[in-house]
Design a protein around this ligand. Structure first.
Ligand code: SAM
Length: 144
């Protein structure tokens, strides 16, 4: 029996924007990491970009809109090992969420120009967060 009522909860999200680039279908292609994409924000979220140029890199959270279904165990692309879905970066996952760090090139009104986004044209963007080097250094021991 499920003792945590939140586990069966459905969560609704609204895309904050969409990806625009030349990739019309999913492809496994390293070339994508040097390509420039646009993230076009819905106008209502434009104010949320204030001071985003303070950061060179961003996390982009997006939805694998063209992936259907998932397998909990599969052969991961990274090293060819059989692994669980949560030990891989497969686009076929229970909640279909992708996460990529991109380089921010410039911002024009509600449009971000970024390099290195491995999401295809039309991909819904769920969230954008700054990559802050100092807070990401999990390898450093803390002294408190
Ligand atoms: C292995 S995933 C990794 C994505 C992200 N870096 C991550 O770790 O979550 C990258 C693959 O997802 C595919 N892809 C990109 N956008 C997609 C979409 N909207 N629906 C389904 N697959 C997509 C790409 O074509 C690429 O082959």
């Amino acid at each position: 029996m499920n003792e945590n009522p939140e586990v069966s909860e459905r969560i609704e999200m609204v895309p904050v924007g969409y990806v625009e680039n030349d990739y019309l279908e999913p492809v496994y292609n390293e070339e994508v990491y040097s390509k420039v994409s646009k993230i076009v924000l819905m106008q209502e979220f434009t104010d949320g970009l204030y001071r985003i140029e303070d950061f060179e890199k961003l996390y982009i959270l997006f939805y694998f809109s063209k992936s259907k279904g998932y397998k909990l165990i599969h052969r991961r692309r990274y090293d060819g090992e059989i692994s669980g879905i949560f030990a891989s970066r497969s686009p076929y996952r229970p909640n279909g969420i992708g996460l990529t760090i991109v380089e921010l090139l410039n911002v024009e009104d509600n449009v971000l120009h970024v390099r290195g986004l491995d999401a295809i044209n039309g991909t819904p963007v769920l969230d954008i967060k700054p990559y802050i080097k100092e807070t990401e250094q999990v390898d450093n021991e803390t002294t408190d």
